[in-house]
Design a protein around this ligand. Sequence first.
Ligand code: SF4
Length: 182
Amino acid sequence: MNTPERLLLHTCCAPCATTCAERLIASGCETVLFFSNSNIYPEEEYLRRLENAIRLALILNLKLEEDSYDHEAWLRHIRGFENEPEQGMRCVKCFEFNLARTAGAAALMQFPAFTTTLTVSRYKPSAKIFEAGKAFPAFVPFDFKKLNGYSRSIELSKAYNLYRQNYCGCEFSRRPGEGFAG
Ligand code: SF4
C-alpha cells in the first residue's frame, strides 16, 4: 500500500499515536493529528487524553485539530449495544462513529486520505476497524500493530512520559470484567 503525501490521522490517544506518527513521518507523509473521541467518559478523562495528545503534537512538531466533544451523540449511535462485551458490536459502532467524524473533517480540510491510530492496540481487531472504514473512500487501512507497533507505542510513551489510561474509553469499558486498555 502506498503512503499518501498528506493524511489526517484520527488520534484515539497520545500513546497509540506515537508509533503511527513515527512511521508516517519516516515515510515522508505530511500528517495532522485529529483528536475525535466522543466515546470517552467522563469528560475529565477526555480532557486528560486531549492534553497528552497536544503535548505529543508539540514534541513531534505536528499540527493537532480537535473535534467537538459530544458524548450524548455517541451514546445515541451505540444505543442497543451498551451491554455488548468489549471487542463486540458496541466497539464496531464506536469505530464507525469516530471514522465518520474523521472522514467529514478530512473532506472539509481537503485531505485526500485519513486513517486511525486505533489499529495499534492489541485489544482492537484491525479487521473490524477496516470493515468500518470501507464506508469511506478516503480511508487508508494501515495496520499499525504490525512490526511490534504496540510494544513500540509503550516504549515511546514512556520516553515521552505520556499518560497511559487503564481502560479503553467509554463508561461501559469501566465495568467489572471489562477493562482492556486502549
Ligand atoms: S470499549 Fe472502547 S472501542 Fe469499545 S465502545 Fe467503548 S470506547 Fe469504543
